[in-house]
Design a protein around this ligand. Sequence first.
Ligand SMILES: O=C(O)CCC(=O)C(=O)O
Length: 252
Amino acid sequence: MTTAVAQPSSRLTPDQLTAWERDGFVAVSGLYTAAEMLRWKDVLRQHMVQDGPDGVPHGVRVWNSSNFPPTMLDAMRDDRVTPILRQIIGPDVEFLSAKAVFKDGKIDFPSPWHQDWFYWEGPSKMSVWIAMDDATVANGCLMFIPGSHKRVFPRKHFPTEGFSVRIEDKELEGLPVATLEVKRGDAVFFSDLAAHSSHPNTIKADRWSFITTYRNAAVLDPCNLSGNLWKEPLQVCGRSVNGAKGRETFGA
Ligand SMILES: O=C(O)CCC(=O)C(=O)O
């Protein structure tokens, strides 16, 4: 099943909100322009080279507000994404981190089935998977199990560096799978309980995505108390009980 991408809007329509509640994910087309995505790609490529241990501009990397490219920080809570976050999360929202998943001819693996919640637990969070390239079945677009956000799947640990906690295929037998082909600039909002994976990149084309993670700032999150998972949450709107930095600290 290939899922149709909803029409562009800086707010979710009632139908999109229904889809979010029902499926645990919703795709919004054209949230960002293609030109903007190409600019982000340039900034992130440079940041990966300067900031990374290996100086290589591909693979998986996670940044929080303290090591994020400063010129992109404001975009994490601008007028396109914030109204939708408010609809989904509520009036109090904080930004936690961004993950680059940059696949090209050298990094072509399919991401295995998992729920992001496995990696942080605590109160539920949500992420935005932003397509910086067109993502198709051939170059590794996302797949979701609609409705899977209503349960926690048994998890299995693997001795790998990335995606070390996964859902085994046998747990998903018989469940419907939605494949989300998206265009550069589209964004997929998804719950941290929505089971997802991606196709392999079989055509060696760039398939760059940027995944930004947010939580309800009105809910005390023990993940934050551990002190090392999300070092510096940043306030998007409203107030934070988790000590997020305020609006005045944004921007470069
Ligand atoms: O972009 C992808 O291939 C999937 C990434 C993903 O599932 C994740 O980082 O949680």
